[in-house]
Design a protein around this ligand. Structure first.
Ligand SMILES: Cc1cc2nc3c(=O)[nH]c(=O)nc-3n(C[C@H](O)[C@H](O)[C@H](O)COP(=O)(O)OP(=O)(O)OC[C@H]3O[C@@H](n4cnc5c(N)ncnc54)[C@H](O)[C@@H]3O)c2cc1C
Length: 231
């Protein structure tokens, strides 16, 4: 390394800090609203968020962008999106911390406050994986309303684990759920969507339309919002 001059006006990297310990507002609000039981887990997540190791993973996950592979090397259609290992490490951390599941599984007062605390801390690190974790969280509520789907998916959605392998749900330890809602004319106002769903058999619909915003394409399943029966 060539030495030039001493740099005295630049801060050191902002790592090795705990974004929760000094946040009096966060700690007192969470306690006041009944979520104080999350403190130990929130503390662990906070220290991870402030660590050099996770900040480095976040930087890599954003620098090395996902690659779409339409075919494998033998010409078979696979439509796989390859993410950098750093992305998977972040997904393991955030799903392992239960950000997608805790509000539904804790079964005690303050569960949504506790989730909000974890989410608030995580979002100080990296937003890319916040999307799949939030979609999975939201999907759990809708899934619960459909008993036969819930029987197959719910336990694997709500486990505090992450399994990126592109396998059928039955073969997986854990699943994520994405959303394909947004259309060119239906963003904030999803009532403007024009994708049609036509009933084929008891559980099958044929969808015809153009969804154009799908930020977690390797999710195991997707929620969509079509117009039923071509109405
Ligand atoms: C990073 C990222 C990831 C995303 N991932 C997904 C995904 O995985 N799946 C998916 O389905 N979608 C995804 N989206 C799309 C997202 O949900 C839409 O961008 C969102 O619903 C807003 O729609 P729009 O972009 O069409 O904006 P529009 O609805 O066209 O809104 C444009 C502007 O008009 C304003 N506006 C809209 N309606 C009103 C109103 N009634 N009154 C006053 N102001 C209004 C809005 O505030 C905004 O400023 C993603 C978006 C981003 C940015």
């Amino acid at each position: 390394m060539t030495r030039t001059h001493e740099v005295t006006n630049q801060p050191p990297p902002f790592t090795g800090y705990d974004p929760r310990s000094g946040d009096v507002l966060l700690r007192t609000t969470v306690a006041r609203e009944g979520g104080g039981w999350i403190d130990a887990r929130a503390g662990m997540l906070a220290r991870a968020v402030g660590s050099e190791a996770l900040q480095s993973l976040a930087a890599q996950a954003n620098r090395y962008i996902p690659e779409l592979h339409t075919h494998d090397r033998f010409g078979r259609r696979i439509d796989a999106v390859e993410f950098h290992p750093a992305y998977h490490a972040l997904m393991s951390t955030v799903f392992g911390a239960g950000l997608h599941a805790l509000a539904w599984t804790a079964n005690r007062d303050g569960a949504f406050v506790a989730r909000a605390a974890l989410n608030y801390l995580w979002n100080q690190l990296e937003h890319g994986v916040s999307c799949p974790v939030t979609m999975s969280f939201a999907a759990a509520h809708m899934l619960h309303a459909v008993p036969d789907l819930a029987a197959r998916w719910e336990a694997k959605l709500l486990t505090e684990d992450y399994d990126p392998r592109p396998l059928p749900v039955a073969a997986k330890r854990a699943v994520t759920i994405g959303m394909a809602m947004t259309e060119k004319r239906g963003g904030s106002d999803l009532r403007a969507n024009t994708t049609r769903a036509v009933h084929i058999t008891v559980n099958d619909y044929r969808l015809t339309g153009h969804k154009w915003f799908c930020s977690a394409p390797m999710s195991d399943a997707f929620f969509r919002l079509p117009v039923p029966n071509g109405a």
